[in-house]
Design a protein around this ligand. Structure first.
Ligand code: ZN
Length: 348
């Protein structure tokens, strides 16, 4: 079979190839899946560039999101049969530590993500533990099934479980054109919040409005904290959803109402902004972290993707042999929503 392979860490995409790789076969409690569509996340860029503490065996198959058809099952697999449609949920937990035993595997002492710490799914076929698969109804498009799990579970846990967003509150979603951003806009709207969204162009903002944003801010033209101040009569918003980090953090704090909270699930532009403690204590703000989602949260949010309540927007679909271009599209922030890759043998 063919698979996308990372040959070594690099800021250049030259280290990605699409070549022959050994055919996988499932062991106990594992399932073989023929991938029909997969998607990229910012995580794929970080993994390619390399992260402290990340020690991968090369070549490494990247990719955390994908969906396909079960073609073989190992011993003791109970939830799936050959022919089932499945999507990948990439969180891997130990099941044994105090946090797993307490019911929250996202806090697992040895939490890992498929495609980052372990071989991923940008390949024709993959073997995965059955615990990493979610059933997909047959009517759901492969592009939708293969591009939803990571961003929708991340945004769901961030806004609802960790951020406890209530109907009637206001939420500002930064970078609404990215994967997590456009999922967060949809979830905040669905939760009954008044949604403010930022993006870098009018075209992206139109997409954000289509996802449910009530107020649009072009951050290339306007300073978003001043805009929030103006548009809320000086009050500020109840929640800021920030996955951007150093570039936006200070203005995120400035955009909050007294007692408000900023929820973060990433720091694309850097993880060490000034803490802003003066503003935090005086305005009694909360800074809340969030990572991925529990299997229960994944089930809850994907149910709403499968029934069409939420919809990942597809920026472009490329054959896996164009994986370098797919990475560049994510890095250059071209367009709105998800970049999908499909095995060349499936590409039409
Ligand atoms: Zn654990």
């Amino acid at each position: 079979m063919k698979a996308v392979q990372l040959l070594e860490h690099s800021t250049s995409t030259d280290v990605l190839t699409y070549e022959d790789y050994q055919d996988p076969s499932p062991g106990p409690e594992e399932v073989l899946v023929d991938i029909k569509a997969a998607a990229l996340n910012h995580l794929d860029i970080w993994t390619r560039r390399g992260l402290p503490m990340l020690d991968l065996e090369m070549p490494h198959i990247p990719g955390s999101d994908g969906a396909g058809i079960v073609t073989d099952v190992g011993d003791d697999v109970t939830r799936f049969d050959v022919g089932d449609h499945v999507a990948v949920s990439p969180g891997v937990s130990c099941g044994k530590c105090e946090f797993c035993r307490d019911g929250d595997p996202t806090l697992c002492d040895s939490y890992q993500i498929l495609g980052e710490h372990r071989p991923g799914v940008h390949a024709e076929s993959v073997v995965l533990p059955e615990t990493n698969l979610v059933p997909v109804p047959d009517h759901v498009d492969w592009e939708v099934a293969g591009s939803s799990a990571l961003v929708f579970q991340t945004a769901w846990r961030m806004l609802l479980t960790r951020g406890e967003l209530d109907p009637g509150e206001s939420a500002l979603v930064l970078g609404a054109s990215g994967g997590v951003g456009h999922a967060a806009v949809q979830i905040a709207d669905h939760a009954g919040a008044e949604v403010f969204a930022t993006a870098s162009s009018e075209e992206k903002l139109e997409h954000a409005a289509d996802c449910g944003a009530d107020h649009l801010i072009n951050y290339e033209e306007d300073d978003f904290a001043s805009e929030i101040h103006e548009r809320t009569d000086g009050r500020g918003v109840d929640m800021v959803v920030d996955h951007i980090g150093a570039e936006t953090y200070k203005d995120s704090l400035k955009s909050l109402v007294k007692g408000g909270r900023v929820v973060t699930c990433g720091a694309t532009t850097g993880g060490n902004p000034g803490a802003g403690l003066n503003r935090i204590f005086w305005n009694q703000l909360s800074v809340i972290g969030s990572t991925m989602g529990t299997p229960g949260e994944v089930d809850d949010v994907l149910e709403l993707v499968w029934d069409g309540t939420f919809e990942p927007r597809i920026r472009d679909t490329l054959p896996m042999s164009e994986i370098q271009r797919a990475h560049e599209m994510i890095e250059n922030r071209d367009g709105f929503g998800k970049v999908v890759v499909v095995p060349d043998s499936e590409y039409e």
